[in-house]
Write a protein that binds this ligand. Structure first.
Ligand code: MG
Length: 294
């Protein structure tokens, strides 16, 4: 199934998206739960509760405002750096000083703050004055269902509730300026997410084409089969000694073709439009606008 979070009639709703993607039918969730988006369904599922019924008839999807499926994650989003061979190579000489061999022993894991999430078609505000090297990263998002700790990779896929898409927007100069990546990854609006969640029974995250366009020009064209650390390995690694909770999010890294890897680098500018698409999941598209002066 495909579940979306959306705004309509002055409040937030959660609904089921029709197979053709053209309509959505709201679920009868109490407003307090609907406010948390699809996370409310994941938590109900983890508690063993049945899916709630529908609330009214389907409506055309273009009559609602699609929000991020999980508008405010319960905690920071786990993110994986340099998880595709070609992308690791394109950035090897720029951001990172350590050897490629070290990177391929253990995944790089960092986080983005929950508050940087925005909807699939919302604007991204460029923090001009802080950064002039803002970049895109098209990524498959893994959504944890039933939580757990010390999950073995052989069992890991049972813990995946569904999948979505994120653009892991990154200020490269800020990423390099500080020893940790979180600041350069966590500016307000730096995590467009959506357009909805496809449940794990209907999507194969281990073999999915991931593409990104800037102003219509194809920049990234990869496939999750080429991850250095696959989804089971990521879940095993992150859950070693750290409990994963229902609704936890793992952004699985980006293929080659980011702006920093181009010669010369091409960073995002006000007025640019970035589209990220994963076959079988859908697409998000965001305009770059000027943020508040810093
Ligand atoms: Mg990334």
């Amino acid at each position: 199934m495909r579940f979306a979070t959306y705004l309509s009639g002055g409040r937030r709703h959660v609904g089921v998206v029709a197979t053709d993607g053209l309509s959505i039918q709201g679920l009868a969730l109490p407003a307090r739960e609907a406010e948390r988006g699809v996370l409310a369904l994941i938590e109900r599922s983890a508690r063993g509760e049945d899916l709630v019924g529908f609330d009214g008839a389907p409506v055309a999807i273009d009559t609602v405002h699609l929000d991020a499926p999980i508008p405010l994650p319960r905690r920071n989003i786990w993110c994986v750096g340099r998880n595709y061979h070609a992308h690791a190579k394109e950035l090897q000489a720029s951001v990172f000083k350590d050897s490629n061999a070290a990177v391929e022993s253990w995944p790089i894991v960092f986080t983005k703050v929950p508050e940087c999430v925005v909807g699939p078609f919302d604007d991204v505000q460029l923090p001009i004055g802080v950064s002039d090297q803002i970049d895109y990263e098209a990524e498959l998002l893994v959504i944890i269902g039933e939580g757990g700790k010390n999950i073995n990779r052989a069992d890991a896929m049972k813990y995946v509730w569904g999948y979505s898409i994120v653009n892991d927007v990154t200020a490269r100069d800020v990423q390099m300026r500080h020893q940790q990546w979180d600041m350069g990854k966590s500016f307000d609006t730096f995590c467009p997410m959506g357009p909805w969640v496809v449940t794990a029974d209907e999507f194969d995250g281990t073999s999915a084409r991931v593409r990104c366009w800037v102003n219509g020009a194809l920049r990234q064209d990869g496939n999750t089969v080429n991850m250095i650390f696959d989804i089971p390995m990521l879940i095993e690694t992150i859950s070693r000694g750290i409990t994963l909770y229902p609704g936890d999010l793992i952004a699985t890294g980006t293929p080659a073709g980011v702006g920093m890897g181009l010669k010369p680098p091409q960073y995002l500018q006000v007025g640019d439009r970035v589209r990220v698409e994963i076959e079988g999941l859908g697409a998000l598209e965001n305009a770059m606008v000027a943020g508040d002066p810093c």
